[in-house]
Write a new protein. Structure first.
Length: 441
């Protein structure tokens, strides 16, 4: 009988770095670098919410770094002490998340409710307005004529380039004007619920046999999705990407524990919020096909976004197309402000016919990934996570219009992959065959 053999898919250099001093060396480095990043952000950022985040987050990261340094000292004198073990590392993640995410988020929400208009990024206002419109008109979107009637400075905020489900996070603000109805509060709640559920799934005894170091790999994956600045800054100041990411990670956890139907539901919920989840849904559907469960995955992965789109399609089809298709593709009344200096954006602006060149490179990358999926479809959840990570990384770097913050997706997927290595639950045995191991035994 074939049995899946856990395989460490990380590069050797990363494995050595991650394992140094039981992971504490890398913990200390990450928290120290994050503290420095937050301090620089507090003094140099051009966006006021980012500066406000940096001033508080720097202290949260510094506290986490000091605690990690203390763990290293304890480990040198008493290697078997529980203070230097995995539970204490989880506690430090909680401290870092509280200091770098929750505290600045709540502080900015309270100040915003008290009248400060510079305590949230534009996407927070967009989501809350879309929730109000959903209640009043049945659709979260404004039509092109309605957007054109807005003052020129407000037309950008008139666009809602999200899927209809994102408007649900704006409903509390539409009902009550208070600090706790800030959309970011509910982004954080949704993110935390999805990640806690993913953790419980991967840690429960019925998840199957876990290889040595699985707990540390799971910790590193959660660390990447919660306390690294690219995620912490995003959630505290804007936040709409984090519940999407968390639901995708939950879907991969469900896939790793042989729950294809529920994996489709989780990624379908993410797809009902934002288009970034759709490539992940496609990869998971292909993964499901390798397990003769493609229809079960597709039912949720495709059905839930379609169900979310149908009511808005019936209420105002033109408004839906204007917001979800024309604006992201650069055909709206105003241009997207997402202009991070990645290769695609630099090519689009610096070369003759640059947008066409960048689009061609993006299409070529997409075709290469499609060929890879056709020739070697992902048969395990870790393989699916790696495809999602590297594929989205290529897309983000090559898109003519993109944001630095979008890197949170590939970073989290790549670091989540080792945490998905479980066996004994009908995982295929041939995705990667380690040298020296006879899988026929």
């Amino acid at each position: 009988m074939s049995t899946a053999v856990p395989t460490d898919r990380r590069p050797r250099w990363w494995h050595r770095l991650d394992q140094a001093a039981g992971g504490l060396t890398l913990d200390l480095g990450l928290y120290a670098v994050s503290a420095a990043f937050a301090a620089v952000t507090a003094t140099t950022a051009t966006l006021v919410p980012h500066r406000a985040w940096g001033g508080i987050a720097a202290l949260g990261y510094l506290a986490a770094a000091l605690l990690s340094a203390g763990q290293l000292l304890v480990r040198r004198s008493r290697p078997r002490s529980t203070l230097a073990g995995l539970p204490a590392r989880w506690l430090i993640i909680a401290v870092a998340w509280a200091g770098a995410v929750l505290l600045p988020l709540i502080w900015q929400s309270v100040q915003r409710a008290a009248g400060r208009t510079d305590r949230a990024q534009e996407e927070v206002l967009v989501v809350e307005d879309s929730g109000r419109r959903l209640l009043e008109t049945g659709t979260p979107y404004l039509g092109r004529d309605a957007i054109a009637a807005l003052p020129p400075g407000d037309q950008l905020l008139g666009y809602t380039p999200y899927q209809p489900g994102m408007a649900l996070f704006g409903l509390p603000r539409a009902a009550v004007d208070a600090w706790w109805t800030d959309a970011r509060i509910w982004f954080a709640v949704g993110t935390a619920l999805a990640l806690v559920l993913a953790l419980r799934i991967l840690r429960q005894p019925t998840a199957g046999a876990r290889p040595p170091g699985h707990g540390a790999a799971l910790l590193r994956g959660v660390q990447a999705a919660t306390v690294l600045p690219v995620c912490a800054l995003t959630l505290a100041t804007g936040g709409d990407d984090l519940p999407v990411l968390a639901l995708c990670l939950l879907a991969l956890a469900l896939a790793a524990t042989a729950r294809p139907g529920w994996a489709g539901v989780a990624v379908g919920l993410a797809g009902a919020l934002k288009l970034f989840a759709w490539p992940v849904a496609a990869v998971l559907v292909i993964w499901g096909l390798t397990r003769r469960a493609g229809l079960r995955v597709a039912a949720g992965a495709l059905g839930l976004p379609a169900a979310a789109l149908l009511p808005t399609l019936l209420v105002d089809r033109e408004a839906l197309v204007e917001n979800v298709l024309r604006f992201p593709l650069g055909h709206g009344l105003v241009s997207s402000p997402a202009q991070s200096p990645f290769p695609g954006q630099l090519i689009a602006t610096a070369l003759p016919a640059g947008r066409a060149v960048a689009a061609g490179l993006l299409v070529a990358a997409g075709l290469a990934i499609a060929v890879r999926l056709a020739r070697r479809p992902p048969r395990t959840a870790p393989a699916a996570a790696l495809v999602c990570g590297y594929g989205l990384l290529a897309a983000i770097l090559l898109m003519p219009t993109t944001r630095f913050g979008y890197l949170l997706y590939p970073i989290a997927f790549l670091l989540w992959a080792p945490a998905l290595e479980v066996s004994g639950i009908r995982q295929p045995a041939s995705e990667v065959r380690p040298q020296g191991v006879d899988l026929r035994a």
